[in-house]
Design a protein around this ligand. Structure first.
Ligand code: 1VU
Ligand code: MG
Length: 310
């Protein structure tokens, strides 16, 4: 069955290193909309086989509820990628929703992953087609993001990888997803992630995918996380990655339309309906212009609220 990627709630996405299976139950029982078991950068090179086996076992042995359940495989520039794909698609349960591919730099990589997945799925008689989540975290990936977004019908979401992107672009920071005191105007700090977030959101929306903002590494700084999440949602992100369980509730709240926003959207729709009955398409509400585009904005907000309500 095909579905619109946007139909799935994806406000928070918790990263869980697959080398630490003792964390899996906490990830499964918590309120994150999505969880990904990580085989990539949180797993040391010598532990790749063990992490892969842990992830394969956990897909069937743990009850993940209705979460989006993903595994982040190793990149295609490593010797682990094909082993990860084979293990996940030959041996793991159909509960696996999405394979996340890191450091995607070119649409041909997505095509290659799709082809490999198709062959293994056919050979293993899998009942369900796995989706792809693509992590954009290199200069090359950001430069090619539009082509990457539309390279495979399996793709459900684009994810910003802030730490690798900073390294790839030569950004002067070692903070994961934080602000930088050197990047400021007289009025205050600017958001150094703005361009990447906006570009990824645009590419994802153009292709009908879920845009997911990158993580905020300072997991004790709830205020900073909230501000970062609100910047992402202001631009159109569906959700944001979390690296610690104590970030998840903040993200669920931040990406859920609040009652005030939804009430205002209903006021806009009511005002535009009155305008329509009067034969008008542009009117003022509270001294501000509304026109037919306002209906689309308000309907998008109401639809998002309905998805969040479950
Ligand atoms: O209270 P309990 O003892 O039962 O549980 C601890 C801890 O085990 C648990 N916990 C987690 N559970 C599930 N998923 C997690 N990611 C997770 N992190 C912690 O929560 C309780 C409190 O933990 P803590 O405050 O003592 O945290 P630790 O010192 O154990 O761990 C902190 C780090 C940051 C190391 C840990 O949260 C972690 O490994 N996070 C994910 C890292 C990761 O997956 N990185 C790769 C993806 S993000 C990316 O690519 C970078 C940009
Ligand atoms: Mg990365």
């Amino acid at each position: 069955m095909t579905h619109s990627p946007l139909a799935r709630l994806h406000r928070s996405e918790l990263a869980v290193p697959a080398i630490r299976p003792e964390l899996f139950p906490k990830g499964a029982a918590g309120p994150a909309d999505a969880v990904f078991l990580d085989l990539e950068d949180s797993v040391p090179e010598a532990e790749k086989d063990r992490a892969r086996a842990n992830a394969v076992a956990a897909l069937s042995s743990i009850d993940w509820g209705s979460k989006i359940l993903a595994v982040r495989v190793n990149g295609q520039d490593t010797p682990h990628f094909y082993k990860d794909m084979i293990a996940l698609l030959e041996a793991a349960s159909d509960r696996l929703d999405v394979i996340m591919i890191p450091k995607v730099g070119d649409p041909r990589e997505v095509f290659a992953a799709d082809l490999l997945a198709s062959q293994i799925e056919a050979s293993a008689n899998r009942a369900r087609r796995v989706g792809l989540g693509l992590v954009i975290e290199t200069a090359k990936g950001l430069a090619h993001v539009e082509a990457i977004a539309s390279a495979s019908p399996r793709t459900e979401s684009l994810h910003l990888g802030v730490a690798d992107l900073a390294a790839s672009l030569g950004m002067r920071t070692t903070a994961i997803g934080g602000l930088n005191p050197d990047y400021a105007s007289p009025a205050g700090l600017l958001d150094p992630w703005h361009f990447a977030v906006a570009r990824i959101i645009t590419a994802a929306r153009a292709a009908g995918l879920r845009p997911i903002d990158g993580p905020y590494g300072d997991f004790r700084d709830t205020e900073g996380l909230t501000a970062s999440a609100r910047r992402g949602r202001a631009l159109g992100a569906e959700g944001k990655m979390a690296i610690h369980p104590n970030q998840v509730a903040t993200l669920n709240t931040a990406f859920q339309p609040d009652a005030k926003e939804v009430a205002q959207a209903h006021r806009v729709l009511a005002a535009m309906e009155t305008a329509r009955l009067e034969g008008r398409a542009a009117v003022a509400l509270d001294g501000k212009l509304l026109d037919i585009a306002s209906i689309r904005q308000a309907e998008a907000m109401v639809a998002k609220a309905a998805r969040s309500a479950g």
